[in-house]
Design a protein around this ligand. Structure first.
Ligand code: CA
Length: 232
């Protein structure tokens, strides 16, 4: 994480917002605090924060509405930090456009790690470099080719697109619906069998052991998370 970032904390619980402010200040970042959606939106529009940490249960309504508003306007990473831990709520927040979801109570170290990985993904998404690596996998976005170690991966166009989507959204929980919409198109949002078939095919090509995959992890009932342990 780059130093001197501006973190917007949207949180109405004072104990939690104090903890978050303190943790980021110790790392040399600046923080802004908004206790409801209305103030959050004003801070976003006037102060241009680098990342947003968002509680969902806010005094003036559901934080998910704020995610949709921000997504329509700007490209800022948003991490939901919420006590709501049921699958439906997590899926709804991710589908609204959140980049990650951390449930309360959380460990500060884990939250900071999620912030770092979200920002790395964001930077990668906006970089013009056509080569992207993740552990021993390298993909060339412009030439539609991929390597595992020094061996070329023989991928169909859909497998390639799925792998590219995973690598660009590395270490992030991706819902089934979101992957289907982004890789196949909006009409395919509910075609879970497509996704399962392609994930299985891709695992056979990239995983050393498909019964305990290291790259494509299943997030039960929610979707998948593509694991990269190397920073890009
Ligand atoms: Ca709250």
């Amino acid at each position: 994480m780059k130093p001197h970032q501006l973190i917007l904390i949207v949180e109405d619980d004072e104990a939690i917002s104090r903890l978050l402010q303190l943790s980021f200040k110790q790392l040399g970042h600046k923080t802004l605090l908004a206790k409801d959606r209305q103030n959050a939106l004003r801070e976003i529009q006037t102060r241009n924060p680098d990342i947003i940490l968002l509680d969902l249960g806010l005094p003036d309504g559901d934080g998910k509405e704020l995610i949709k508003t921000v997504r329509a306007l700007l490209s800022i990473p948003i991490i939901v930090v919420s006590a709501r831990s049921d699958e439906e709520e997590i899926i709804a927040a991710l589908d609204a456009g959140a980049d990650d979801y951390v449930t309360k109570p959380f460990s500060t170290n884990e939250l900071l790690a999620r912030v770092r990985s979200t920002q790395r993904r964001f930077m990668m998404h906006h970089s013009s470099d056509s080569l992207i690596t993740c552990n021993d996998i390298t993909i060339d976005v412009e030439n539609f080719s991929a390597l595992k170690g020094d061996q070329p991966l023989k991928l169909t166009p859909t497998e390639f697109n799925l792998l590219k989507y995973f690598v660009l959204h590395r270490n992030q929980v991706l819902t089934h619906g979101k992957i289907l919409k982004e890789v196949w198109g909006i009409a395919y949002e509910y075609e879970m069998q497509y996704l399962r078939t392609y994930v299985n095919a891709l695992r056979k090509k990239i995983e050393t052991n498909t019964t305990s995959p290291l790259y494509i992890q299943t997030e039960l009932g929610i979707g998948y998370r593509f694991i990269c342990t190397t920073p890009n």
